[in-house]
Ligand binder design. Structure first.
Ligand code: FES
Length: 239
């Protein structure tokens, strides 16, 4: 059981919640969050935005009953954190030029990713591309942890990036955005591997129910357990 230390509205139904809880969460992982007894039945999978040993932060968007209950939590309230789950983003310590591309609430895991990549190789360049449909959130925070921040409002963030300028690309956001980015990488014959973080619907979060099943080049995989991070070619290169 964790204790909420802040839960702030950022606009456009985005919230940033910090929870005190000992953890070993890594970039790209997620927790199943629950702050209610019986309804809704399912806990909510939410990506880790930031983490240190004593606390975890979540950037989330209110999209249904579960997240509506989460956004009502106040400082001092208790919340059940089940996790951290998933494989998370890979180490890129041998890459010099890294791009992180996020859209909507999919920007959430890129904050800790940028911090981690800078920490594992201080000489690498990390550029972040964020796409928003309306008001922007946390751009100052993202700007502070990367070399260059590109923000796109109302357009296609995938138009802003030249994949050939990077040694590795990491993306999280709407499936269509990640798919377009994958096609762009293929079209311009980018050498950089593209890592995509899938946001399939989940139920158990631990590999037991198959609700999150995803067709890949290596057969059906569970996004919650085998992912959420896959190579773009694994999930988008099979159609
Ligand atoms: Fe149940 Fe992935 S959510 S197997």
């Amino acid at each position: 059981m964790g204790k909420v230390t802040s839960n702030r509205a950022l606009g456009e139904d985005f919230y940033l919640m910090r929870v005190e809880e000992e953890n070993n969460a890594r970039m790209g992982q997620f927790y199943m969050l629950r702050a209610w007894e019986t309804y809704p039945v399912l806990s909510r999978p939410i990506s880790v935005y930031d983490a240190d040993k004593e606390s975890v932060s979540f950037l989330y968007k209110v999209v249904g009953k579960g997240t509506e209950l989460l956004c009502q939590l106040k400082e001092g309230d208790e919340i059940t954190l089940d996790g951290a789950h998933g494989n998370g983003f890979p180490s890129l310590a041998d890459k010099k030029r890294i791009a992180l591309v996020g859209g909507g609430v999919g920007i959430a895991p890129l904050y800790l990713a940028a911090k981690t990549y800078k920490k594992e190789n201080p000489d690498c360049t990390v550029n972040i591309y964020l796409g928003f449909s309306g008001k922007t959130v946390l751009t100052e925070e993202f700007d502070a942890v990367c070399d260059k921040l590109v923000v796109n409002v109302g357009g296609f963030v995938t138009d802003d990036i030249d994949p050939t300028a990077y040694d590795a690309i990491v993306t999280c956001g709407p499936t269509i955005m990640m798919k377009v980015l994958y096609s762009k990488c293929v079209k311009c014959q980018a050498a950089a591997p593209l890592y995509v973080s899938m946001e399939n619907r989940m139920a158990c979060g631990i590999g037991a129910c198959l609700v999150c099943s995803c067709r890949t080049a290596n057969g059906n995989r569970k996004v919650c357990k085998d992912g959420p991070v896959f190579l773009g070619s694994e999930v988008f290169g099979i159609e």
